[in-house]
Design a protein around this ligand. Structure first.
Ligand code: C5P
Length: 402
C-alpha cells in the first residue's frame, strides 16, 4: 500500500520526535518516499542530518531560505506529496493549524496543503485534555484532518495519561489504511459533493428546542461512501451522535436556516444529496430568555413559521445548480407514489423514498430510488450498503453526463 507513495513528514518539537527516524525507516522499507520538514523546536529532539540520512532526501527547515525555495518551495512540498503526516503534532502546531497561522515553513506548507493531512498528537496529558487543545482538535477533525492516537501511558514528563504519540507501527498502519481505502482514481475523483445529514434543532428559548429522531446514520454513510469514491465531500450536519466520516469536511449546524446558509456557502458542487431531516417549522419568535412556568397561567402558545426548503432551493437554483440533486422522502404509506410526487414538487433529479413506519434511527433501510425513468426498489439493506450503492449509482450517472 505504501509502495511509491510520497509522504511529506512534518516533525514538530515534541520528545516523540525521537521515534521519527524509526518511522522513516519502516516507511521506506515498505517502498514509501519520505520528505521531511523539521521545525525549529523539532530540531531540539532530532537532527536534520539523521532525517536526511534515513529519508535519502534533503530536509526542509527554513521558509525564507533561498535554496530551499528554489529547490522545492513551500507550495510544491505539499503538491508533490500524496499525504502529509505531522508526527509528532504538538499542542502548538495543532493550535496554529486550527487558526491558520503560517509563521514557519511547516505551518505555511500545511496552510497551502491540497492533500489529506494526518496528525499524530503528542503532548503532556494536561495539555491534551485542555479545553483549548480539545477545541482545536475538533476544528481540525471537522475540516477532515485525520487524527491517529494519542495513546495512554507513561509520558516523558513523568505523568501518566493520554498524550503518547501513536506507536510507529500504528502510524505505518494508519497510512497503509488511508491508501487502501482512498480511491485516487475513483470514479468521483475531481467531483465535489454536498451532503446534508441529521436533524435540525429549532430553538424555543435558550434551553428548549424542537427536534426530530433523525440519527444522521444514512447521511453520514453517504458522505463517507462518496468520499471513498474520490469525491471532495462537504457534510453539513445537524446535531448527531455519529462520528465525523474520515476525509470529509464537516460543517456542524443546529437550525434549518444555518443548514441552508452552510449549503449556500459551500458554493458550486457537482452533486448534492439532502438526507437531513430538516424541521419543517421553527418557532416564529424564539425567546431570548427561558420561558417561565407561572402557576395558574395558560401554557405559552408557540407560533410556528415555515423553514426554508433546502432541497427545493438547491434543485431550483437558477445559477450553479448541482448537476445531480438527490432528495430523500421518509414516508409511512404509498411510499413510491408519494416519493414520485415529492420529486416533482421539489424539482430534484432523484428521490430516495424510504418507509419509516418501522421508526427512525434503525441500522437498516428499505428504499426505492425514483428517477425520471421510474423507480427501482432495493431490498432491505444496512444503511452503509444503501450508501455504497447510491454512491456507485451517482458515480455512474455523473460519468454518463460528463
Ligand atoms: O418535504 P419533506 O421534508 O418530506 O422532504 C424531504 C426531503 O427534503 C429530504 O431530502 C430533506 O433533506 C429535504 N428537506 C430540506 N429542507 C427542508 C425540508 C426537507 O432540504 N426544509
Amino acid at each position: 500500500m505504501l509502495e511509491n507513495r510520497h509522504i511529506l513528514l512534518i516533525v514538530s518539537g515534541g520528545i516523540a520526535a525521537v521515534k521519527v527516524p524509526d518511522l522513516i525507516r519502516r516507511l521506506r522499507e515498505r517502498g514509501a518516499m519520505v520528505r521531511c520538514i523539521l521545525t525549529k523546536a523539532g530540531e531540539q529532539f532530532v537532527t536534520p542530518m539523521s532525517l536526511a540520512a534515513l529519508s535519502g532526501e534533503k530536509v526542509f527547515q527554513d521558509l525564507f531560505s533561498l535554496t530551499d525555495e528554489n529547490d522545492m518551495g513551500h507550495i510544491n512540498l505539499s503538491r508533490e506529496a500524496d499525504i502529509i503526516l505531522v508526527a509528532p503534532a504538538t499542542a502548538n502546531i495543532m493550535a496554529k493549524m486550527a487558526y491558520g497561522i503560517a509563521d514557519d515553513l511547516a505551518t505555511t506548507a500545511l496552510l497551502a496543503a491540497d492533500k489529506t493531512v494526518m496528525i499524530a498528537p503528542s503532548m503532556n496529558v494536561m495539555m491534551w485534555n485542555h479545553a483549548a487543545t480539545q477545541s482545536n482538535l475538533k476544528t481540525l477533525q471537522d475540516r477532515g484532518i485525520e487524527v491517529v492516537g494519542p495513546g495512554a501511558g507513561d509520558l516523558a514528563c513523568g505523568e501518566i495519561g493520554d498524550g503518547r504519540m501513536a506507536e510507529v507501527a500504528g502510524l505505518v498502519s494508519a497510512l497503509s489504511t488511508f491508501f487502501q481505502t482512498r480511491k485516487e482514481s475513483g470514479p468521483l475523483s475531481g467531483c465535489s459533493a454536498l451532503v446534508t445529514s441529521g436533524p435540525t434543532h429549532e430553538p424555543i428559548d435558550p434551553v428548549r428546542y424542537i427536534a426530530n429522531r433523525s440519527s444522521g446514520k444514512q447521511g453520514h454513510a453517504i458522505a463517507a461512501a462518496l468520499a471513498r469514491l474520490g469525491a471532495k465531500v462537504t457534510l453539513v450536519t445537524g446535531p448527531t451522535q455519529e462520528p465525523n466520516p474520515s476525509g470529509v469536511t464537516v460543517v456542524a449546524v443546529e437550525t434549518a436556516q444555518q443548514m441552508l446558509g452552510a449549503c449556500i456557502a459551500t458554493k458550486q458542487t457537482d452533486v448534492a444529496v439532502c438526507a437531513a431531516a430538516v424541521s419543517d417549522w421553527r418557532v416564529a419568535q424564539a425567546s431570548d430568555a427561558k420561558l417561565k412556568k407561572v402557576s395558574g397561567d395558560p401554557p405559552p402558545a408557540l407560533r410556528l413559521k415555515e423553514n426554508p426548503d433546502i432541497l427545493a432551493t438547491l434543485s431550483q437554483a437558477k445559477t450553479n445548480r448541482p448537476r445531480l440533486v438527490v432528495g430523500f422522502a421518509a414516508e409511512t404509506e404509498n411510499v413510491i407514489k408519494n416519493g414520485t410526487a415529492k420529486r416533482a414538487k421539489k424539482g430534484c433529479d432523484w428521490i430516495v423514498a424510504n418507509d419509516v413506519s418501522a421508526g427512525f434511527g434503525a441500522d437498516t433501510n428499505t428504499v426505492h430510488v425514483i428517477t425520471g425513468q421510474g423507480s427501482d426498489s432495493w431490498p432491505t439493506l444496512s444503511k452503509k450498503a444503501v450508501a455504497e450503492l447510491l454512491a456507485l449509482q451517482i458515480a455512474r450517472h455523473i460519468k454518463q453526463t460528463l
